[in-house]
Design a protein around this ligand. Structure first.
Ligand SMILES: [Mg+2]
Length: 428
């Protein structure tokens, strides 16, 4: 790649720092077990060759082994491959240590997954030289205080989308900046599928619009991407690609807090499934309160055993207390199950949205929710006390409307790649 044609003595600026840990689960294993360092290892969920790697060490990646590679296939490529059983709680523990270390240098704006986070830079650190300096200090801090095996690739760019792209461009231990005035610059080195948001389904749709290369994508008008995406997703992508503000500054109103669960056979009759829905809602409500938000809408979606999905949503006076939210859910449940003709349920999802920050001055509650004579503040305080009891004495010590035993089998906190459980959540 030739040097960009911008010659300028004025300082250059970036707005976002995106940090992506290299071979995260594998690096944690190598950190904890020095005998694994420098060796090709694959982290697996179960101990069988029929499974797939959920992470591969740098050394294993040299053999083309990556997340999703079948272990049998991986062993053919690299006979000396060592498989290691995943230890999710350790990965969460390291995750929190890593956040703590990054925050010694700069506040994390958003945690994107267990091994990715983004910082929105402030005025002094927007200068490229300062941002690079910050990135180097973070890298050094991780090595010195979290572990020598914990390395990361950092991307700097005018928005979070491009900062993530930049973090992907050099691995391991990368530091790449995409400057707004140099775009498309190094973007042209990439394939369409290298970009977050262009998956296996999106690529053919772009081809159908005549977009086959990054140069085509860069040249495409916003309307073309709107059409390719079939909606505002395309406009957003266009803005992100061209360095504009993206969903980074998402106000809480556009965020969601939700949980879903695929039901074990014994949970599939509607009465048992209803309890699962309630448990998911309480978990979401607890998270809502911890994030100091209130919700104004709830969505309930149910997938039946034989395929179809039924859903409903409701708007309500903003709130975060479990009793009121449970009442909203009960109404939604009736609606959805009527649509579903009370058939067996395979999957339940509950989402809270229309979030508002708790700190905002509250509107006067002119009409209390039906049947409630307790003021909102008191109900919210009660919910918070329940959270505290559950924190102290373990999950489901106190629940609303069902006995703990009915949910114990499923409400365990698991790691999602898209959302990291907070430490507290293991007890919610
Ligand atoms: Mg990573």
């Amino acid at each position: 790649m030739s040097a960009p044609h911008v010659i300028s003595a004025s300082p250059q600026f970036v707005d976002w720092l995106f940090l992506d840990l290299n071979s995260y689960f594998a690096s944690v294993e190598q950190q904890l077990r020095p005998e694994l360092r420098g060796k090709p290892i694959a982290v697996v969920p179960v101990d069988t060759d029929a499974t797939c790697a959920i992470a591969a060490s740098q050394e294993a990646k040299k053999f083309g082994i990556k997340t999703g590679t079948n272990i049998g296939e991986a062993r053919r490529r690299c006979p000396e491959l060592i498989t290691v059983m995943a230890g999710h709680d350790v990965y969460v523990e390291f995750h929190h240590k890593i956040i703590e270390e990054v925050e010694r240098h700069f506040p994390v704006h958003v945690i994107c997954s267990i091994d990715e986070m983004a910082c929105k830079l402030d005025a002094p650190r927007r200068r490229l030289d300062m941002a690079k300096d910050l990135a180097k200090r973070i890298k050094q801090g991780l090595r010195e205080r979290v572990g020598e095996c914990i390395t990361c690739s950092i991307g700097l760019a005018p928005n979070r989308f491009l900062a993530k792209v930049a973090s992907d461009m050099q691995k391991p231990d990368g530091l790449v900046a995409l400057l707004p005035e140099e775009l498309p610059g190094r973007l042209l080195e990439l394939e369409l599928s290298d970009l977050c948001g262009i998956g296996r389904r999106m690529e053919p749709r772009l081809h159908a619009c005549g977009i086959r290369t990054m140069a085509d994508l860069w040249a495409a008008e916003r309307e073309i991407l709107h059409r390719a995406w079939g909606g505002v997703g395309g406009d957003r992508f266009w803005h992100g690609l061209h360095g504009g503000a993206t969903e980074d500054d998402v106000p809480p109103a556009h965020r969601t807090i939700g949980h879903s669960h695929v039901l074990a056979p014994e949970q599939r009759p509607p009465p048992a499934a209803g309890i699962v829905a309630r448990r998911l809602m309480l978990k979401a409500a607890s998270r809502l309160r911890r994030m100091k938000y209130r919700a104004r809408q709830m969505h309930l979606s149910v997938r039946l055993e034989d395929g179809p999905r039924c859903e409903a949503q409701a708007k309500f006076e903003e709130g975060s207390d479990s009793i009121v939210l449970a009442r909203v859910l009960a109404e939604l449940w009736q609606k959805v199950m009527q649509q579903a003709r009370w058939q067996r349920v395979k999957k339940v999802s509950v989402t809270l949205f229309g979030l508002v920050a708790e700190a905002l001055p509250q509107q006067l509650e002119l009409f209390a929710p039906a049947g409630s004579s307790v003021p909102k503040e008191q109900r919210e305080n009660l919910s918070r006390v329940l959270d505290e009891i559950n924190q102290k004495f373990g999950r489901d010590s106190v629940v609303i409307g069902f006995t703990p035993d009915t949910v114990r089998t499923f409400s365990g906190t698991k790691i999602a790649f898209t959302r990291i459980p907070d430490r507290e959540e293991f007890k919610e």
